[in-house]
Design a protein around this ligand. Structure first.
Ligand SMILES: Cc1cc2nc3c(=O)[nH]c(=O)nc-3n(C[C@H](O)[C@H](O)[C@H](O)COP(=O)(O)OP(=O)(O)OC[C@H]3O[C@@H](n4cnc5c(N)ncnc54)[C@H](O)[C@@H]3O)c2cc1C
Length: 395
């Protein structure tokens, strides 16, 4: 096992850091309390594009950089340390580009991928609805055949990039047990999108998409119109690893801020870092941050290896998103009352981290995935829905 980071990855992370400090942070300063405007979101994506953010996952034949998930994860970890709202914006857009790359026709790829690869077209993925979260099969948005095309009706909720995305890949029911993915294009289709106020990561757009009998030509159907659910589910593995990446970045920022404050603040005539209990707080934060980083790297390595990787990606997601909340909470403790004011960054790290135990499978859903992988017994329906005997009973 090699824990060394390749020299070229270190250099790529260093150039991204310089770009974020010089060009991104001046633009987002004072603008992270509400969703970035579409103009700002596009400007940020264009600035970061040459550094592998926004189109790093797209293979070269799709116009992207074809980075390994490991390299991309390191870049995103650094971006999340400095500007997590921007990391959220970009990884969701990359996910939409990958769906088009994997499932799109030659025409769909030619229409969207060049713009996505250059950071000019922002994407999002719309699955969740007001009544449908963890149980995706319950979704109500319908796509009904209408001549050569489809009519889409329904409401999508809690959608990242809802108000800044140019295109959205929408999961809709096409039959009783069939689901399709459709490309909703803001320049072609008429639909409403709105922002929701939330706890943290406020620069990152998050809202609703309302589809009121929207006509969508068949050329916007992605894939066969029946197996969209499995395509959406396979994208969740990568998304879970990315929530872990962003959580790790936020935790590192909280740890750095806590170390800085502990060495600068004096109480009882000495810097508070001199007090052993403050060092314990820092030590616990450092151990958890390191552990989440390692689990995340393992998930990224599994993604690079190809094939299904539910176990490492769910483990990384559960641990990193929950641990980041604990790390950020301890960073507040190290800061005392200053930690709960808006004058210091740690309350923001806490609010940002708290957002991430929910998307791409809540902690509980990912724990159920881990449990299923360990026992081969799906427990999503609880004890009442159990149809399979435990492994020991079956043996
Ligand atoms: C920051 C953020 C970004 C997001 N981005 C997107 C996006 O881009 N696209 C998109 O489609 N959605 C997005 N979502 C929505 C997200 O995917 C859902 O919020 C999530 O799947 C949970 O659904 P829910 O909120 O309806 O909660 P529910 O499913 O109603 O769950 C409520 C509670 O019940 C628990 N629960 C549910 N079922 C079980 C079970 N079987 N066993 C045990 N506990 C259970 C959950 O863990 C949770 O604690 C985002 C959410 C957030 C917070």
């Amino acid at each position: 096992m090699d824990f060394a980071i390749a020299e070229e990855d270190k250099m790529a992370v260093e150039s991204l850091k310089r770009c974020v400090e010089a060009e991104v942070l001046p633009l987002t300063k004072g603008k992270c309390d509400k969703a970035f405007s579409p103009e700002l979101a596009h400007q940020l994506m264009s600035i970061l594009n040459p550094y592998g953010i926004g189109a790093g996952w797209l293979p070269e034949d799709g116009g992207g950089m074809g980075l390994s998930y490991m390299t991309s994860g390191m870049l995103y970890g650094e971006l999340a340390r400095l500007a997590p709202d921007v990391a959220g914006l970009a990884y969701v857009s990359e996910g939409a580009a990958m769906k088009i790359y994997r499932r799109g026709t030659a025409e769909q790829k030619a229409r969207y991928l060049p713009g996505m690869a250059e950071g000019r077209i922002i994407g999002c993925g719309a699955v969740t609805e007001p009544g449908t979260g963890s149980n995706v099969r319950q979704l109500r948005t319908r796509a009904v055949r209408d001549g050569e095309g489809w009519r889409l009706s329904g409401e999508k909720m809690f959608i990242s990039n809802a108000t800044v995305a140019d295109i959205s890949t929408v999961l809709a029911r096409t039959g009783e047990n069939e689901f399709g993915i459709f490309i909703l294009d803001r320049s072609v289709h008429k639909f409403e999108s709105g922002e929701l106020e939330k706890l943290g990561l406020n620069g990152w757009s998050f809202g609703s998409i309302t589809l009121d009998n929207v006509y969508i030509g068949d050329e916007f159907r992605l894939g066969d119109g029946t197996s969209g659910l499995s395509e959406a589910m396979s994208g969740f593995e990568r998304a879970r690893a990315w929530v872990a990446v962003i959580s790790s970045g936020i935790a590192r920022a909280a740890l750095d801020d806590a170390i800085r404050y502990a060495t600068e603040r004096d109480q009882f005539g000495v810097p508070i870092a001199t007090h052993q209990l403050v060092q314990q707080l820092l030590a616990d934060m450092a151990c958890e941050t390191e552990a989440m980083q390692l689990l995340t790297y393992k998930a990224l390595a599994a993604l690079d290896a190809g094939g299904r990787c539910d176990l490492p990606t769910s483990m990384a997601k559960v641990y990193a998103s929950e641990a980041a909340v604990r790390v950020a909470s301890r960073a507040i403790q190290v800061h005392g009352a200053c930690g709960v004011t808006r004058e210091f960054p740690v309350e923001r790290h806490f609010r940002n981290a708290r957002m991430l135990t929910i998307p791409d499978g809540t902690t509980q859903i990912n724990q159920l995935i881990i449990g299923r992988e360990l026992t081969e017994i799906p427990a999503f329906l609880g004890a009442a829905g159990r149809k399979t005997k435990p492994r020991s009973a079956a043996a």
